[in-house]
Ligand binder design. Structure first.
Ligand SMILES: Nc1nc2c(ncn2[C@@H]2O[C@H](COP(=O)(O)OP(=O)(O)OP(=O)(O)O)[C@@H](O)[C@H]2O)c(=O)[nH]1
Ligand SMILES: [Mg+2]
Ligand SMILES: [Zn+2]
Length: 383
């Protein structure tokens, strides 16, 4: 029977082009397309081979290559040219590497341009923000929450982050088998994020998982993000049809996960396409949560700096700059309402009880307001 698949008709090894043949057969199903081939042409001419980063363990990078998998390290040139950690190989990257038969590891010499990049920001010091890459070259990101325990503040932050990455935002309300009907609340929380789809699924009963399989087409990379214990790895195992990832029970008392997944993994699907599992980031941390609220509500946060009281709740205190802006028509009342809804239970409430934290937060806001002022001053100078 002649095969209809043109790629599998090719012999495994054509002298001089053996790698190209293997590369298209093995790598095409995980996104090695004509654009990548063209981008890679000069490096192929220089003797490099293409690979995709499946996981990063410190300096050691696991690559999926035409011949299987290999361990590789970034060349000194690549490392010294990288001004930030963002320029080093991340899960999902396409790289050019040279085989080094006499070493334990091969050598990554170049990263191909990224089609999308999902980052998260974390406040590391009083006013220092660290940006960390979660994964790159993503087409779709599934934001997973447990349907019986949706954290709306976190959801909005994650959706904003994914929308900024260039990937499509899809929300999964997992554990649909458990009680919980937060769909209405979820859609309200997402009004400010364009083009979101929400699916109710269950990694345990399999409900809704077929709909998810439809996203995971050949040539597409789908990443899963969300808190520990929401069931990311369980869903991934279902889609893969095997127990590729470990899963772990949540704590009885507060439903939190135990951080079972500890590194980001890219996993090829048998039918084509790739999934990326990520560890649930450690309890968001106040600064992390606050960071999200401020990113979405920079305008309110900047105004709040000018209120007379440091812990002003913007609900009638004297000299409240936020209410004043609303009176002058410079800020929509609805913005303040959403801001309060999202920030009240954490930031405000907890900063009230923690003076040090409140001070750190004010420093951060001040720095931001200053930067914003400098930006507008510079723009005015240009006029
Ligand atoms: N009832 C129910 N339990 C689920 C469902 N999906 C996952 N779980 C359970 O939730 C727990 C956590 O699942 P994991 O898949 O390990 O969660 P995770 O999101 O990968 O967590 P981390 O790797 O720690 O980030 C496990 O005990 C799963 O069996 C579901 O749809 N319904
Ligand atoms: Mg996991
Ligand atoms: Zn105020």
């Amino acid at each position: 029977m002649p095969s209809l698949d043109p790629v599998s008709n090719l012999p495994d090894s054509v002298p001089g082009t053996g790698h190209d043949t293997n590369a298209s057969r093995v790598l095409a199903p995980i996104g090695w397309d004509s654009t990548r081939v063209a981008e890679f042409a000069p490096y192929a001419a220089a003797g490099m081979q293409p690979g995709r980063v499946a996981r990063v363990d410190g300096l050691s990078v696991m690559l999926i290559t035409a011949d299987g998998t290999t361990r590789a390290e970034s060349s000194t040139e690549l490392q010294s040219a990288a001004e930030t950690a963002e320029a080093l190989p991340a899960t999902g990257d396409w790289v050019g590497f040279s085989a080094r038969p006499s070493h334990n590891t091969d050598l990554i010499e170049v990263l191909l341009p990224r089609s999308s990049q999902l980052t998260r920001t974390r406040q590391v010091l009083k006013s220092a923000i660290e940006r960390q890459i979660v994964a790159v070259n993503l087409d779709v990101v599934f934001i997973v929450h447990a349907a019986n325990n949706v954290n709306l503040r976190r959801l909005e932050r994650e959706a904003t982050q994914v929308a900024a990455s260039g990937a499509r935002v899809v929300i999964l309300l997992n554990k649909a088998d458990l009680s919980g009907d937060m769909d209405q609340l979820v859609s309200e929380a997402l009004v400010s994020v364009p083009d979101v789809t929400v699916h109710r699924v269950s990694g345990v009963t399999g409900e809704g998982v077929e709909e998810l399989a439809a996203y995971a087409r050949p040539d597409r990379t789908v990443a899963f993000i969300g808190a520990s214990g929401v069931g990311k790895s369980t869903l991934i195992n279902r889609l893969l049809g095997r127990e590729a990832m470990d899963t772990g029970a949540v704590r009885e008392d507060d439903q939190r996960g135990r951080h079972t997944t500890t590194t980001r993994h890219l996993l090829p699907l048998d039918g084509g396409g790739a999934l990326i599992d990520t560890p649930g980031v450690r309890s968001l941390g106040l600064s992390d949560a606050g960071e999200g609220v401020e990113t979405v509500f920079d305008d309110v946060a900047a105004l709040a700096l000018k209120c007379r009281f440091a812990d002003c709740s913007h609900s009638g205190e004297p000299d409240c700059a936020v209410l004043e802006a609303i009176r002058r028509g410079e800020l929509a009342r609805a913005r303040l309402n959403s801001f309060k809804k999202l920030s009240l239970e954490t930031e405000f409430a907890e900063s009230k009880s923690d003076v040090r934290l409140r001070q750190a937060r004010r420093d951060l806001w001040k720095a931001r307001a200053k930067r914003a002022r400098q930006r507008t001053d510079a723009e005015q100078k240009l006029d």
